[in-house]
Design a protein. Structure first.
Length: 365
């Protein structure tokens, strides 16, 4: 095991003793918020400390087995034990490395997915519709639920902008790397001479804020407008001012919802989207400051980053951040995103491990 990893892991038994002490103190037990946070940390630290103790026990067993090689009567058994432990230790080390990587607390949250048409006019709007279908199909495969929040339809189909809420365990953790610019290369349905056009859309994946931890929004900073929903939605929707648009005046951030017949429910959903966008703005500003000193492989999720190209004539999808190219575009557009998502998560883990090692190196005297 690398020295920096061992040093990190040796801290866990010490931290476990500290947490045991804190959780026995009356002032902590009486502070429910602090007690919950420490209990959650205690569970995580206990898991890592227990796994590390198992690793150390297997290392000890390996050393003892090697000492037995000098005994002719025990040598065969010792060789079998050594082979078994030498197979087991790399797997245990890999598990411990994964446990040490920082966890994004937002990974388990629901997601607001925004798709906006960019350059390319009508073709871009059609591509936005294709992306929405792709993500909806992917959500179905994962057992997640989708809810349309707002839409602005394109002139010939698709969407100028569409926002969908995706509800499911761990969905933000799998969708967060979808933020950025998506480019499509294909012959548009409106093209009469068969020429390939390039269009683009931007996607933003936002974690749904926890109500208890959401940014505090002053009601005086809001302008709330109601209007009649446009597009599909039934006669009732079109006859009442049920759609809601909320503007956060200090930042100019706007959120709207027209999916529900109830103005009250639309307002509640729009407020959730608004809080998510404000929180994302703050996160982006922090990420931009961090990126000034270190540019991650996966990128910051900035919408100006061109992250992926969908080339229909070649049946090819390319994720430019990790140089991944797959010739399975049709299945990807049907929601088969598993291979792409897994590759992005793996790249991020490798990046985090490198950061951890660099950080430990910098911490050494």
């Amino acid at each position: 095991m690398k020295t920096f990893l061992r040093q990190q892991l040796e801290r866990f038994p010490v931290r476990l003793q500290e947490l045991d002490f804190y959780l026995s103190q009356p002032e902590v037990v009486n502070d429910m918020q602090k007690f919950r946070a420490l209990t959650r940390e205690h569970a995580e630290v206990t898991e890592v400390a227990g796994r590390f103790q198992h690793f150390l026990a297997r290392e000890t067993s390996l050393a003892q087995a090697r000492e037995m090689l000098d005994d002719p009567e025990m040598a065969d058994m010792a060789r079998e034990e050594i082979a078994a432990i030498e197979d087991e230790l790399p797997q245990l080390e890999s598990e411990l490395q994964a446990m040490l990587l920082p966890k994004d607390p937002d990974d388990a949250r629901n997601t607001f997915l925004e798709i906006r048409a960019g350059t390319g006019g009508d073709e871009s709007a059609l591509f936005a519709g294709d992306l929405l279908r792709m993500y909806t199909k992917y959500a179905e495969r994962q057992g997640w639920r989708t809810e349309l929040v707002s839409e602005s339809l394109g002139e010939v189909g698709g969407y100028k902008e569409v926002v969908v809420r995706i509800v499911g365990d761990g969905c933000y953790g799998k969708l967060k790397f979808e933020s950025g610019g998506h480019r499509v290369q294909r012959v548009p349905a409106t093209e009469t001479q068969g020429r390939i056009h390039t269009s683009a859309c931007t996607v933003a994946a936002l974690p749904e804020p926890d109500e208890a931890e959401a940014v505090q929004i002053n009601p005086a900073d809001l302008r709330i407008d109601t209007y009649r929903a446009s597009g599909a939605g039934g006669q009732h929707v079109n006859k009442t001012d049920s759609a809601v648009r909320i503007t956060h005046l200090p930042t100019g951030i706007v959120a709207e919802c027209q999916d529900d017949r109830s103005q009250h429910r639309n307002k509640a959903k729009a407020m959730q989207v608004l809080a998510a966008r404000i929180q994302e703005k703050e996160r982006s500003e922090r990420a931009a400051k961090e990126a000034a000193t270190r540019k991650g492989l996966i990128g910051s999720g900035d919408r100006s980053d061109r992250i992926r190209t969908y080339n229909f004539p070649q049946g090819r999808i390319t994720d430019h951040r990790i140089n991944l190219t797959l010739y399975k575009l049709q299945s990807v557009m049907e929601g088969d995103l598993d291979e792409v998502v897994a590759a992005l998560l793996l790249a991020r883990k490798a990046e985090q491990l490198e950061e951890l090692e660099v950080g430990m190196g910098a911490a050494r005297p």
